[in-house]
Design a protein around this ligand. Structure first.
Ligand code: UDP
Length: 141
């Protein structure tokens, strides 16, 4: 497996539940290192831009409104196979279908308010990292 970097976002629902630390702990226990991080209250334009691929989907407006409803915690995770590893830690998009012990099974309430985002491919990870962090703000550790 190759050393990879991926984007994780702790969404407004999970930030409001005060479980940032519990989620970080899962990353660290799985061997993923936080190499960049910031708390951010996204503007509407930033949320729309981030989720541009979903623009035509029926849930797009609700998703954007949810993502700007409070601050999010954005981090770059680094580790062997980081993209897939983070997706496994997150669990299925719909928390009702998420495997026991995953972040979404434990902290998400619904498919809309589902606690975390994670890049779904290495290609998208590179795009999403660049969307939030200048290269100088991502640290080798
Ligand atoms: N989403 C939603 N309703 C749906 C499907 C998706 O609100 O029916 C939201 C949900 O927050 C999800 C995001 O849109 O996390 C992006 O959807 P995607 O299918 O890419 O899921 P993910 O990669 O986040 O698991």
């Amino acid at each position: 497996m190759a050393l990879e970097r991926t984007i994780s976002i702790i969404k407004p629902d999970a930030v409001a539940k005060n479980v940032i630390g519990e989620i970080y702990s899962r990353f660290e226990k799985a061997g993923l290192k936080v190499v960049a991080a910031k708390m951010k209250h996204l503007s509407k334009a930033e949320a729309e831009g981030f989720y541009a691929v979903h623009r035509e989907r029926p849930f797009f407006n609700a998703l954007v409104e949810f993502m700007i409803s409070g601050p999010v915690m954005v981090q770059v995770l680094e580790g062997e196979g980081a993209v897939l590893k983070n997706r496994e830690l997150m669990g299925a998009t719909n928390p009702k279908e998420a495997a026991a012990g995953t972040i979404r099974a434990d902290f998400a309430d619904s498919i809309d308010a589902n606690a975390v985002h994670g890049s779904d491919s290495l290609e998208n990870a590179a795009i999403e990292i660049a969307y939030f962090f200048p290269a100088t703000d991502v640290y080798a550790r």
